[in-house]
Design a binder for this molecule. Structure first.
Ligand code: ZN
Length: 256
């Protein structure tokens, strides 16, 4: 069965700014959904103004990987939906957070830090993303150790995230700053990838190399067959007896 992807977008810039609308006539979510569908995934989209932001329990139950793009309306996303998405991540749903999603409620919750804190500048600078982990599945098959984006918004360190489980990309920007542009986290059963590129004023998600990274990221973040590890207070797997050496042990009974 194909991996089921839901692409979530706040979908405001594309409607309100004609320049952005020209780059993404079907919205950023529409562009991402198109190339993921072409890659063989089972893709749906959801946007902010849909009931429950299009992220109902039913939708999330049928989502293996959720992709998140948001920027100017993070505070319009209801806490209830964020909590629901978070529970699904803990239960194994993959989460890919893009660009300005660094400040979204869901990414801040996943990080547990003020991940919105970073430097930024809109000056159409060149960005070079350097591959830091050439064995990582997210960079599988990339033709080079770097991705060059001719014009992007700059994000600079310090990026106030917890130390990543894996660092996949570091970016250099023309103005001198650097940034951890591709980072992963495990949260319970869920795999999380943050990927920096994707400012709405540049055609980033039309770039085949960026599409390749996101296709790889979906494959990586999908839960697969997760081993069922049970918490609890089990009897010994291997029965054993303890010699009576006079040590008087009385178990303390309490609930966890
Ligand atoms: Zn931006």
């Amino acid at each position: 069965m194909a991996i089921r992807v839901t692409v979530w977008n706040e979908y405001i810039h594309e409607v309100e700014d004609p320049n952005v609308g020209r780059i993404y006539p079907k919205g950023i979510h529409g562009c991402i959904a198109d190339f993921l569908t072409e890659a063989g995934f089972d893709v749906k989209t959801a946007t902010l103004n849909m009931p429950e932001h299009g992220l109902t329990e039913d939708v999330l139950n049928n989502t293996d990987v959720l992709i998140w793009w948001g920027h100017i309306a993070h505070d319009k996303v209801s806490d209830e939906v964020v909590e629901r998405v978070h529970q699904h991540v803990l239960d194994g749903m993959g989460l890919i957070v893009l660009h300005s999603g660094h400040a979204s409620k869901i990414f801040r919750k996943v990080c547990g830090t003020r991940s919105s804190h970073l430097k930024w500048r809109e000056a159409a600078e060149k960005e070079i993303l350097w591959v830091i982990d050439p064995t990582h599945p997210i960079v599988d098959g990339l033709p080079d150790e770097k991705i060059i984006i001719p014009h992007e918004e700059m994000y600079g360190e310090r990026f106030n995230i917890p130390t990543p489980d894996e660092l996949v990309f570091i970016s250099w920007f023309q103005g001198g700053e650097v940034f951890r542009s591709g980072v992963t986290y495990r949260r319970d059963k869920g795999k999380v990838f943050y990927f920096r590129p994707g400012h709405e004023a540049f055609p980033i998600y039309h770039m085949p190399i960026i599409q390749k990274v996101l296709i790889n990221a979906v494959n990586w973040a999908a839960p697969g067959n997760i081993v069922n590890c049970q918490p609890g207070n089990p009897d010994p797997i291997v029965p054993f007896t303890i010699e009576d050496d006079g040590f008087d042990f009385k178990p303390v009974t309490h609930d966890h």
